[in-house]
Ligand binder design. Sequence first.
Ligand code: FE
Length: 134
Amino acid sequence: MSETTQRTEEEWRALLSPEQYEIMRNHGTEPAFTGKYVSTKDDGTYSCAACGEELFSSDTKFESGTGWPSFTEPGVAENIETRIDPSLNMVRTEVLCAKCGSHLGHVFDDGPGPTGKRFCINSCALELEPGDGR
Ligand code: FE
């Protein structure tokens, strides 16, 4: 991790909104259909709301009907980290920002298209930077 992303929990608390802190540092989940990017179709790059690292492209966003922004693949593969999350009596694969370690959401194997993946990401963990996407 780079210097700018090695923060104490107090620093994260000051930097993030209470909702972002709960989700990104405490592995929370925003209620379905409440996030600001659920239905967004604008072109651009979705970056980590905590550290600004580029994570997803609008080109891979699709309407999953789940209530969370959904992507078929990462924009930059090495910026995404995954690990097994056995909480809530399920075995899910957690998705994290590789740069700052913040929790983003989960990835499931029921997505459309060639990847078959559905990256199910909390809106408040993302910041859309308008542009052409990639
Ligand atoms: Fe990050």
